[in-house]
Structures are given as C-alpha cells and as structure tokens.
Design a protein around this ligand. Structure first.
Ligand SMILES: Cc1cc2nc3c(=O)[nH]c(=O)nc-3n(C[C@H](O)[C@H](O)[C@H](O)COP(=O)(O)OP(=O)(O)OC[C@H]3O[C@@H](n4cnc5c(N)ncnc54)[C@H](O)[C@@H]3O)c2cc1C
Length: 413
C-alpha cells in the first residue's frame, strides 16, 4: 500500500475525487476497495442538503448486491416502488412494472440521498485506502505543462494542496473542476423548471401516482410515508412571475392538480418552503484532459425526467473504477484510459438525454401549454390494454442503457 503523506498543506494520493455526491462517493468506495489510495473532497460539512433525488434504481441495487452490501442497505429505512403510474385528467395510467426486471430487486428504493451517501461512506471507510475530507472546497487545479497534477482546496485549517495522478471532477452540474479545466460544454436545452416542496401525507391519501397532468399543470408526487415530496413543473423562467401572482394562487394550482391536498396546501405559507430547480441538460464534448476526468452531472447534467441522474452518476463511477483501478494502482494511467471511460459512458448518456429531451419538448412542454381538459394520448392507452408494454419503461428507468457491473477485485491490504 502506498503512503498518504499529509504535510501541513500538502496531501499525496493516487486519485483525488472532487465532490461527495453519488458519483464521487461510489468511485471513492470502489477504488479504495480495489486498493487504490483515494481521497474524496466534499465542500459541505455533511450530506444533509436540500432535496436532490431519493431514488435508488434496480441497477444500483444490483451493484450493491454484487458488492455484498445489499442486505445491509435494505435494513435501512426506505420505501419500495414496484410500479409507476401517471394521472392524465381523471384517468390513472399504469406506466411501468418493475416485476419482470432481470435484477435481484424488482423495485425502486426511495431513501433520502444523505442516508444513501452515509451508507456508502460507512462501507468505504472500512478500507484503509479510503479518505473522506468534508468542508474541503476545491477552488483551483494544479497543473504542470498542461497536465493536471492536483487541486487546491479551501479548508477550515487553511489552504491544502492535494497532488494526485488523477483528479476526478464529480462535483455536480455547477462543476468548478470542469470550468477550471476549460472543458467545452454542449447545452441541450430544457423548456422547464421544477419547484420542489413537501406537503404532509395522510394514511388514506390515494396511492403513489408519479405524475399528474391536469389542464396545463404537471405535478410529480413521491410518497415519503408521512409527507409527499412534490415537484411542480413550470415553464422555464416563470418562477418570478408565479411569485408575483402570489402564494394563494400557487396553492390553488396545487389543489386543482391533486384535490385531496386542498385541506393541507396552507402548510405552504412562505416561498422559502419552495425550492427552484433550474433544469439543465448538458454534456461535455470531451470528458477528460491529461490527469483529469469528469463523471456524473459534472460530465452530463441530466433532466429530472425519469429520475435517472443518480443512477447514471453511479454507473459512471463503476465504469471509471473498472477501467482505471489497475492502471492507477500500477502508476501507468494515461489519457487513453480516460478516453475509454468516456467511450464507455457516452452512448448511454446520449441515449438517456435524447429520450429526456424528446419527453421534455413533445410531452411536458405541450402539456404545460394545453389549458384544456386533457385525456391520455393513444399511445398511453396501449399501456392500459397491454400490460407487457409496461416492461419497456420499467427497463429504461430501472436499468437504463448499458448497465455496468463491478469488475474490480477487493484488495484489503
Ligand atoms: C431538486 C432535484 C431533484 C432531483 N431528483 C432526482 C431523482 O429523483 N432521481 C435521480 O436519480 N436524480 C435526481 N436529481 C438529479 C441528481 O441529484 C443528480 O443527477 C445526481 O445527484 C448527480 O450525482 P453527482 O454525484 O454527479 O453530483 P451531485 O449529486 O451534484 O454531487 C456533487 C457533490 O460535489 C460537491 N461539490 C460541488 N462543488 C464542489 C467543490 N468545489 N469542492 C468540493 N465539493 C464540491 C457538492 O456539494 C455535492 O455533494 C435531482 C436533482 C435535483 C437538484
């Protein structure tokens, strides 16, 4: 095992991961498990943050099964979603049925993202090669003749320089790493934004209906036992206009979309309770430079459609670990290895984003403009008539394109 040399202001590791989200934590875990000395730098003091997705998909659960940590994971509080349905006007349409997936878990697990990240951190910390530094904000890259050799970090104790063979930008869709590296971003556009808020749930509320489309309004509702995590979709840039109309009218919009919430919409009494997610869909043209690689949202910000961002971030991490663990531990990693990671993950990213953009523009965008009474389009009615069709969206959402499998060996010493 290699030495982590921690001088007052300098740290040396094989791999430095910027960002302790799903991509960064999973990559840190897998590399440490394979015996690579790795540090994950996270700018926050904990994983507790605003809602940013709670879905753990069947393919991610499958990876946990491959890693031998699934049983432990399922002991933690979570909810299981076996089927997905949507409501268009007054009709409920079953959309996806996960029961036929070729995975051990035939459901989406809902767990607050901070619990999931803490879980990964706990398992990663059983490997001596794993290091997690919280309240460590990366502010710049260290470079020598065009090659990235590390990062400079602002910590509570002052500035720290982390030197490494590889820097991984896993710092999300506002990535500092990709900006500092000058990597070119392709914007794919998004006509929508989403407002996230909670409303209490009663035991006799109707069951889980993922999306409600009612007269120009769309609301996503996730059952979190004692509350509904709601996402209200609005046309891009309309939040200020909505605020000017006033909270009372927004509450009315919510009650019209899900009438059984009418007796509770007054729980929303301040715009502070409502968080704006500016939807961004973009992708880096090239995900790497000598000594540097971006993965997860930092390489490709995903639309919330399908709730697949966490899954893709985790899949990127697995592919990166599979390809890079050996050359990193042998000290032979080159840009050709980094290119292999992009090659492996570009196709699933492209396909997923294409589907999201089509749904955003053709389905969601149109539904927001349609103030008339809506009824389900013909193709959705097919899902009512032929249940086997529900397997297709189940596969696309639950497993996605090109699922990854853990190929890195476990090395404990
Ligand atoms: C409101 C909302 C709802 C969503 N709902 C879903 C959903 O239901 N299902 C789903 O799959 N996806 C959802 N997503 C998307 C999902 O959150 C992301 O796709 C996923 O988290 C990407 O993981 P990541 O690890 O690449 O990046 P992130 O999760 O964004 O993690 C990046 C990490 O890097 C840290 N960081 C940033 N800059 C620095 C820095 N300079 N130095 C150190 N650390 C830094 C951040 O604090 C953060 O912890 C949602 C997103 C939002 C915002």
């Amino acid at each position: 095992m290699e030495n982590v040399e921690n001088k007052a202001t300098e740290l040396h590791v094989r791999c430095c991961i910027v960002g302790g989200g799903p991509a960064g934590m999973m990559l840190g875990f897998l590399l440490a498990r394979a015996g690579v000395e790795v540090v994950v730098l996270e700018k926050h003091g904990d994983f507790l943050r605003d809602f940013r997705g709670d879905t753990i998909h069947p393919s991610t659960l499958e990876l946990m099964h491959e890693l031998g940590i699934l049983d432990d994971f399922l002991k933690r509080p979570h909810q299981e979603l076996h089927q997905l349905s949507g409501q268009v006007g007054n009709e409920t349409i079953p959309l996806a049925d996960f029961s036929h997936l070729p995975t051990k878990c035939k459901f989406i697990a809902f767990m607050p993202q901070w619990d999931f990240l803490n879980f990964i951190a706990e398992h990663a910390q059983t490997y001596p090669t794993f290091h997690l530094k919280m309240q460590a904000e990366v502010i710049g890259l260290l470079e020598v003749t065009g090659r990235v050799t590390g990062v400079s970090v602002a910590t509570e104790e002052g500035q720290l320089n982390v030197k490494s063979d590889l820097v991984v930008g896993a710092d999300g869709r506002h990535s500092v790493v990709r900006a500092r590296a000058g990597l070119e971003v392709q914007e794919l556009g998004a006509p929508i934004d989403v407002l996230w808020f909670r409303i209490s749930r009663k035991p006799d509320d109707p069951g889980q209906v993922l999306g409600r489309f009612v007269r120009g309004k769309i609301m996503v509702m996730l059952n979190r036992d004692d509350y509904w995590q709601c996402g209200f979709v609005i046309p891009k840039g309309d939040f200020d206009a909505l605020k000017q109309r006033g909270l009372a009218l927004f509450r009315e919009d919510i009650a019209n979309t899900a009438p059984y919430l009418r007796d509770r919409v007054n729980e929303l009494n301040d715009w502070e309770q409502i968080k704006l997610l500016t939807v961004v869909v973009d992708r880096l043209r090239q995900w790497y430079r000598p000594g540097l690689l971006c993965i997860g949202d930092s390489a490709h910000a995903m639309s919330p459609i399908g709730g697949v961002g966490i899954n893709l971030a985790v899949q990127d991490a697995v592919a990166a670990a599979n390809i890079l663990a050996a050359p990193l531990s042998q000290g032979t990693m080159t840009s050709a290895d980094l290119k292999k990671v992009q090659r492996r993950r570009l196709l699933p990213t492209r396909l997923t984003q294409r589907v999201q953009v089509v749904i955003q523009n053709r389905v969601i965008g149109r539904a927001l403009r349609n103030r008339q009474r809506v009824s389900p389009p013909w193709f959705l009615k097919l899902f009512q008539r032929w249940p086997f069709l529900r397997r297709i969206p189940a596969r696309m959402v639950g497993i996605g394109f090109r699922p990854e499998h853990v190929k890195t060996p476990e090395r404990r010493s």
